[in-house]
Design a binder for this molecule. Structure first.
Ligand code: S3P
Length: 441
């Protein structure tokens, strides 16, 4: 089967009610934490994407059994010292930065050398941001350059650290938090704001943690080496995957969409705040709390009169994975939108900021990029007629999906390559587009 998609027309208006698959960040965290719990954990609605399947394969390599039951995954942990590691173990994190970084935190006490590898895109990413703090615990990490492959040999006597997480990266923060769980005594992390799923799961599992929220940072203290019990968890829908459908609906005349059971934790909803400021019609209904996470049904309507935004930097972390589609809304809004300090986007699965700018320019949107700041000159009459080929984007799943949304919202004839990239985070993406009325070749 061809590994590209052809889209030749805009989507017709729709009025639908859908469910989006489980949150990727929470799914990976549940797998890793269940692998260190005592007993059998049950995880319902686990996202079955490659990043999560690679997480399951990883814990299997570490001697932890899992089974897929009818509607949940069962993971049998043996506590904090329960990994059984063979000589010459190689862990392949595939495309997943979250898995690769978080697992290193759990391996700071391993007494055998483990090699960590990944696909081409992951191998190019920055692991020094993780090896630096983990070395402070006493772990040995052997990096050739900044990326993969790397090797880790833990320490028998990890020591707690004080660490300032300056990037606002949840992956760095969480890797240090997981290392703290394997370390006796109190680890203190001063962390720039980022998604807090690890903190909420720790609280839920009664792992000793205190979080003091300050204006710019959170001060997190973890008391380590306390075993915790297995758990049951029902993973809510992923707002990052939902964002493609939110934006498509905002941009599609006379359309309406309800997405049920989505995680709307406010460390993840930067996209909603940004789009509402741009006049988008989005409502959360049926809001509820699930183990500290906020869940809601999201109601979206076609939004006329979209206006530009001077996007406050405070949203950069909580919208980090959603900027690509936010740029599409900016392209169709009245006025010039400004986004600042988006350098982290170039450190994702691809140099995402640069590629997004190239795609916007390709479709005739005026964009000025200076350093890591963007000005997008919106045009409410944007309507495409030409042919566009999207390729060479390092198989970045979010670039693929952004391109599909641009095609369906703005028109034109599109050939978008590397369809299988969606398997990293959202294998059901095309099926969900079908559900709202797209027919693809
Ligand atoms: C993630 C954190 C973010 C995000 C990634 C998932 C996580 O990365 O981009 O898709 O699950 O912790 P950073 O923490 O590197 O910003």
């Amino acid at each position: 089967m061809a590994n590209h998609i052809l889209i030749n027309k805009k989507i017709d208006s729709y009025d639908k009610d859908i469910v989006i698959s489980g949150d990727k960040s929470i799914s990976i965290r549940c797998v890793l934490l269940a692998s260190q719990a005592i007993g059998k954990s049950k995880i319902y609605n686990l996202l079955e994407s490659e990043d999560v399947l690679n997480s399951l394969k990883t814990i299997d390599k570490l001697g932890i059994k899992f089974k897929k039951k009818k509607n949940y995954h069962e993971i049998s942990g043996f506590g904090l010292s329960g990994y059984k590691i063979k000589k010459n173990t190689v862990i392949n994190a595939g495309n997943s930065g979250t898995l690769a970084r978080l697992i290193l935190g759990l391996l700071i006490d391993t007494n055998k050398k483990i090699k960590l590898i990944g696909d081409k895109s992951l191998s190019k990413r920055d692991f020094k941001r993780i090896s630096d703090p983990l070395k402070l615990f006493g772990a040995n990490i052997f990096l050739k350059k900044k990326g993969l492959p790397l090797e880790i040999l833990g320490t028998e006597f990890p020591r707690p650290i004080n660490y300032f997480e300056k990037i606002g990266s949840a992956q760095c923060k969480s890797a240090v938090m997981l290392a703290a769980v394997k370390t006796p005594g109190k680890t203190k992390i001063f962390a720039r704001k980022s998604r807090n799923h690890t903190e909420l799961l720790f609280k839920n599992l009664k792992i000793p943690i205190t979080v003091i929220k300050k204006k710019e940072i959170d001060v997190i203290e973890i008391d380590g080496l306390k075993n915790f019990k297995s758990f049951v968890y029902n993973v809510p829908g992923d707002i990052s995957s939902s964002s493609f459908f939110i934006v498509l609906t905002i941009l599609t005349k006379n359309s309406k969409l309800k997405i049920r059971n989505v995680n709307v934790n406010d460390t993840r909803t930067g996209i909603i705040s940004i789009l509402k400021r741009m006049n988008a019609n989005i409502l959360f209904k049926n809001k509820r709390n699930y183990k500290g996470e906020q869940i809601a049904d999201i109601h979206i309507k076609f939004s006329k009169n979209l206006k530009s935004i001077n996007c406050p930097k405070k949203y950069n972390s909580s919208a980090i994975d959603e900027f690509l589609v936010i740029f599409l809304v900016a392209a169709k809004s009245k006025g010039v939108s400004i986004f600042k300090n988006l350098g982290e986007l170039n450190k994702k699965e691809s140099p995402r900021l640069n590629i997004a700018v190239a795609i916007l320019k390709k479709i005739g949107v005026k964009v000025i990029k200076k350093d890591n700041d963007l000005k997008i000159f919106g045009n409410p009459n944007l309507n495409l007629k030409k042919t566009y080929i999207i390729e060479k984007f390092r198989k970045d799943h979010r670039i693929f999906m952004m391109s599909c949304i641009a095609a369906l919202a703005f028109g034109g004839k599109w050939k978008i390559k590397n369809k299988d990239s969606i398997n990293s985070s959202f294998p059901d993406f095309l099926k969900k587009l079908n559900e709202i009325g797209c027919n693809f070749k």
